[in-house]
Write a protein that binds this ligand. Sequence first.
Ligand code: URA
Length: 257
Amino acid sequence: MKSGKSFHTIAAASLKEYVTALQESGLDGIPVAMAGAAPVVPASPTISTPVVEMLMSKDQPHESLERIRKDLGECQHCKLGKARKNLVFGVGNPHARLVFVGEGPGADEDLKGEPFVGAAGQILNRIITAMGLKREDVYICNVVKCRPPGNRDPEQDEIAACASFLLRQLQSIRPEVVVALGKFAAQTLLETKEPISRLRGKFRDFHGIPFMPTYHPSYLLRRQGEGSMEAFWEVWDDMTQVLRLLKLPVPEKNRKR
Ligand code: URA
C-alpha cells in the first residue's frame, strides 16, 4: 500500500458506506449504534477500528455469500470497474475450513470471472491437491475483485472499495485458517511492510482467525526456471502447518532438492 492509511482504516471507511446502506434498507447486519461510532477517516490508523472488529466478531449474524455477491452487483466503486470484463468474487465451499486470499485477478481470471484459473491457478491447484484436498473443499478469493490493468499492484482506493466485501466474505465463511498468497495479500491484511520471506511460515492472528502468509504461486512459477525447488518446499512447510492446525493428515512428500 502506497499511502499511510491502513487496511483496517480504509476497510472501516468503506464499511461506513455499507452500514449506511444496511440502515437505509432496514437490514440489521450491524447494530445501528456501532454504525454511528464508525469513523469515516479515523484520526489515527488503528487495527482495532470498532466497525471492523464488530464485523469480524463471532456474534455477528450470519450473512450468505450470495447476499454479499448481490450487494457487489456490477460494482463501480473504483476505477477498476470500468476496465474489467468480469468481477471475480470468489469460488469454493461456503463452509470451507480453509480460505486462500490472493492479490487480484489476472487476465485469465478477468475473462472467466473466477480466481486462480490461469498459470498461477494451476500451481495453486497442485498445492491444494498435494494437501490431500480438492479445490471445491476450500474457498479462494482475492483482496481486490477486479483486474488491475497490466497486473499492477492494486492501489489504495481500489483496496478500499473492496475491503468490506473481503471482510464480509471471511465473516460469512468463518474459516479455521486463512492463507495469504504472496507479499501483497499478506502485507495488506497484516498492515506491515515486512518482507514475505519473513512473514511466511508463522501463524498470525487475523481477527481471531489463524492467518498463514506464504509465497504467491506466481513466485513459484518464476523460481521454477532457476531449477530451485526451495521456494516450493517452503510453501509446503507452510501448508503442513496449516494441515496440522486443521488436524488433517499431512501427506508424505519425497524432498529431492
Ligand atoms: N493472482 C492472484 O493473486 N489472484 C488470482 O486470482 C490470479 C492470479
